[in-house]
Design a protein around this ligand. Sequence first.
Ligand code: UDX
Length: 434
Amino acid sequence: MGASKLAVIGTGYVGLTTGACFAHLGHHVICADVDLAKVERLRAGEIPIVEAGLDDVVADAVAAGRLEFVHGSTAAVADADVVFLCVPTPQGEDGSADLSYIEAAAAEIAPSLRPGAVVVNKSTVPVGSTKVVERVLQRDDVAVVSNPEFLREGTAVADFLHPDRVVIGSSDPAAAERVAALYRGIDAPIIVTDPASAETIKYAANGFLAMKISFVNAVAAMCEAVGADVADVVAGIGADRRIGSAFLQPGPGWGGSCFPKDSRALVRIAEDHGYNFSMMRGVIEVNDEQRARVVDKIRQAVGDRGLAGAVVGVLGLTFKAGTDDLRESPALAVIDALRTSGAVVQAYDPTVPPMVADHRATVLRGIDVRASALAALEGADAAVVLTEWPEFASIDLAAVAAVLRGDAVVDARNLLDPAEVRAAGLRYDGIGRR
Ligand code: UDX
């Protein structure tokens, strides 16, 4: 089967990456978004998100005439063989996923879909959502398929083009085959199953990864109590091929637009179907505690003066390095707690300019965002690393000692070498380290 005509609804990091990469594979893709300003920026060649390699993939595909951007879904789906729904599925108030964007997109495209078209849920949706889309579409000549994304922010292009697997959930084998054929050129196993299993795979994968991180953060707390070193413990357990060492890096807890939402949704979906997923509740609880543990470390670092009136220099605002995304960032959660305790917070992040003029200005209100790491540490009682940006790992520690008012470093990402920090005349506290 040669190139197909695809439509992608939603141009966030999932939709834009999916559209651009399918065009890269040779398909003809039309990406649609409700936000006209965003469509115009994309048409002007602007990529509004930090995603390694995405600008090149988009530029090449547009130049080859295989990728275009339109405002509104109707225009995108008229000739499409397959339509990918890549719209947000935010966390509802009660923990359940809010499907309103998916339902709205399905309702909008229903009258324009060609007979025999396939609609694909790419967004992370609760188990059973394939039926929800079928019900909204009211088109028995259109198949609905689940094809969950496993893209990490910041490496979405690499994760799309070199996945560990492609998962397709469909009760219609022909529709599953048509979606599988789109991935020709991708070297990865294709797992075809029913929709409920495909949707469960997505949540279970994220739940398991979040569990690994919470587990290592809990082990780090134990290491501090028993005088062990978490780096050696992680090396010792990670050498076991059944455990592996990926996603065992201690930190301030997981954040972002996925793990917090998907872990709560997993508990909620289980609960709605009569199962109390107590292990997942524990994973979430450990994660919430981790932020409080970091705040306690900072409280100890500033000493008897206490946090009220203390100046804390924070390095890193995004939820992880390699992205500009602040959503559910542990750094912002820690900063909120510090400011609630009366501390003054100066901060630096390579993706956040001092005069924040974009949609992120609201979440950053009250934080004194500086232009460099050393500027953020100027006159601070403690330096705190909250995001693992590489430039922080090679920071000039003598210069840090010179600009700090205090002498404490709290390294919530275990990025720095404790011996080097101490050699610069500073106190060091990491996560689970001696
Ligand atoms: C995640 C999943 O990895 C991806 O497969 C899914 O499709 C979307 O959600 P993402 O949220 O972009 O991707 O980031 P990820 O790299 O998974 O990190 C999530 C959080 O865990 C970040 O806050 C990160 O700092 C933290 N983390 C990750 C750790 O604290 N320790 C680790 O070892 C790895």
